[in-house]
Design a binder for this molecule. Structure first.
Ligand code: CMP
Length: 218
């Protein structure tokens, strides 16, 4: 699995000597959010679902994890409660690593520690993206409408309008009822996807049609 790949033969053997196998049937809960956790699991076989309950008790899936992936690293590393519930979606074979032995191996294997950090970073990035999607679902629609409006009478060819923006990103944020950070994130995303170009205060709509679709909520 991902975590074990980072280990040299000796460390792998050492870890294997602490690890044990645990099997779960399809539908079984492996652990619940809020529980105390002293272990991390690697999926040898099967699929698990990571989920959380909303305040109104609706279950939200955060991610499905496949064989080769690990979970339970958060409570293991910080000693806190399980941040989410994990259930077996299929029959699963898990390799369980206990906190004490894993922390020991981590101390002596910077490579393994770095891999775990990379895994956490990847998950933080992904949940940031999700959070923005969920919390500010309407921002892209509003921002696309605003940019189209601002460039309506702009010079440049009709399908590639060019406009010197007099508004700062904070002002754009105010105009969309959102934060500067979110507006900036959205603009950067569009720039990366070549929908717009922003340079020295100039706004170019590279792909007006795509923006119109976003503005229409498509
Ligand atoms: P832990 O908090 O110990 O228990 C729940 C586990 O679910 C957590 O560790 C992570 O391994 C995993 N997890 C939590 N949030 C996410 C997420 N957003 N994406 C993928 N896995 C997650």
């Amino acid at each position: 699995s991902f975590v074990f790949e980072a280990l040299d033969g000796q460390a792998r053997q050492e870890l294997a000597s602490f690890a044990y196998v645990k099997r779960f049937k399809s539908g079984e809960t492996i652990f619940s959010m809020g529980a105390t956790g002293q272990s991390m699991m690697a999926i040898a076989e099967g699929t698990v679902r990571v989920s959380m309950l909303t305040p109104s008790a609706r279950e939200i899936t955060l991610n499905d994890l496949q064989s080769g992936e690990v979970f339970g690293e958060i409570a293991l590393l910080d000693g806190g409660e399980r941040s989410a519930t994990v259930k077996a979606l299929t029959n699963c074979t898990l390799i369980v690593l206990e906190r004490r032995s894993l922390l020991d191996v981590l101390q002596r294997n910077p490579k393994l520690s770095i891999h775990l950090i990379e895994l956490l970073c990847h998950r933080v990035r992904r949940s940031d993206e999700r959070m923005i999607e969920i919390a500010f679902l309407e921002l892209p629609v509003r921002l696309a409408r605003l940019l189209l409006r601002l460039t309506e009478a702009a010079p440049g060819s009709a399908d590639r309008p060019l406009k010197k923006l007099s508004q700062s990103q904070s002002e754009l944020a105010g105009m969309t009822g959102n934060t500067r950070e979110n507006v900036n994130r959205c603009l950067r995303k569009w720039q990366k996807a070549e929908l717009i170009e922003l340079r020295d205060g100039w706004l170019i709509l590279e792909d007006r049609q795509a923006l119109e679709k976003i503005a229409a909520g498509e």
